[in-house]
Design a protein around this ligand. Structure first.
Ligand code: AVI
Length: 312
């Protein structure tokens, strides 16, 4: 879990360095998680509905890859919307360990899932999976050995990691899931206009989500960010095949944190998020370099989004 002291430490570092940059994991307090749920419903934000349709259409094929009696771990489980779709297709899964940084959101969603799936052991874990964390012990089998673990990482959240972080995460995941595998959703490179619209929605929900970084700092750390003095700025950078999100100062201003004053000139940016897009081939190569054997891949007819089964 991220604590306020982690946030204070990282925000102080972000305001001190140039360019100013903070991890997107701090978006997800209770308010930010609720805003993200609203993003997922937006007409412009195609990833969620496209991935859900892939889970519905190809769930039986995914279930064949995963096998019966799975011991599932979801990285960044949020509201459990996607695991619910997968559970419809899976054969007698034994346990589900949802991991999420937002403890309150996680616990509520886990209780609701447990009530709907009494035969499944739901064991939520509030943790920051970008750091090292401990999983509960593996489940014993009827015979010798333990049940292989199956990872689930939907939503293209891997895209929020830099390439170095993505490789590091995949390497750690392939070790953790040895003998099992990872089902992972990956957003694809596409027409920049489609990407631009997805991160600049007409209702301004993505802007509110981005600005919640500053609102959260004001709530938790006592900073004095003027939310009306920063603009949401998101654009597609085709050389690096990534969306970049920034908060840009509208005018010269300053903010206080931990007794120190930090100045912004008009136009100065605080970078808040990357969202990398991949080609199917590029992602399979990255997975293979990171210790997985890429097996099946499912895409929608427009090739907006992909789901991969990687054996470990
Ligand atoms: C969680 N993550 C995959 C989202 C994305 O698309 O990169 C976060 C997001 N940021 C703005 N809109 C959605």
């Amino acid at each position: 879990m991220t604590s306020s002291s982690d946030f204070a430490h990282d925000l102080l570092a972000a305001l001190t360095r140039r360019p100013r940059s903070i991890s997107p994991k701090y978006f997800y307090d209770t308010a930010g998680s609720a805003l993200f749920d609203r993003i997922c419903e937006l007409p412009e934000y195609y990833p969620t509905r496209t991935e859900l349709a892939l889970l519905d259409t190809f769930g039986p094929e995914m279930a064949e890859c995963i096998g019966a009696g799975a011991d599932l771990v979801e990285f960044g489980a949020g509201s459990n919307v996607k695991i619910r779709r997968l559970l419809r297709a899976l054969h007698a899964p034994r346990r589900f360990i949802p991991i999420d940084i937002s403890a309150e959101h996680l616990m509520g969603a886990a209780q609701a899932l447990q009530a709907d799936h009494p035969g499944l052991q739901v064991q939520p874990l509030a943790a920051d999976f970008t750091r090292s964390f401990e999983l509960p012990p593996p489940l014993p089998l009827n015979g010798p050995g333990t049940a292989p673990r199956v990872g689930f990482f939907p939503g293209s959240s891997l895209g929020n990691f830099t390439p170095v972080e993505a490789r590091g995460f995949l390497r750690r995941a392939s070790a953790l899931l040895r003998g099992g595998g990872l089902l992972i959703g990956i957003d694809l490179v596409k027409d920049p206009a489609v990407l631009h619209a997805a991160y600049n929605d007409a209702q301004g929900v993505t802007a509110a989500f981005n600005l919640n970084m500053l609102a959260r700092a004001n709530r938790e750390l006592g900073t004095d960010f003027d939310l009306t003095a920063f603009d949401h700025y998101a654009f597609y950078q085709p050389v690096h095949q990534r969306i970049e999100m920034h908060l840009v100062a509208r005018r010269a201003q300053h903010v206080h944190l931990a007794g120190r004053r930090f100045d912004f000139a008009a136009g100065d940016s605080l970078h808040t998020e990357y969202s990398y897009k991949y080609t199917v081939e590029g992602f399979r190569a990255l997975a293979a370099e990171s210790g997985f054997v890429p097996e099946a891949v499912w895409c929608d007819p427009q090739r907006l989004f992909s789901v991969h089964w990687l054996r470990s």
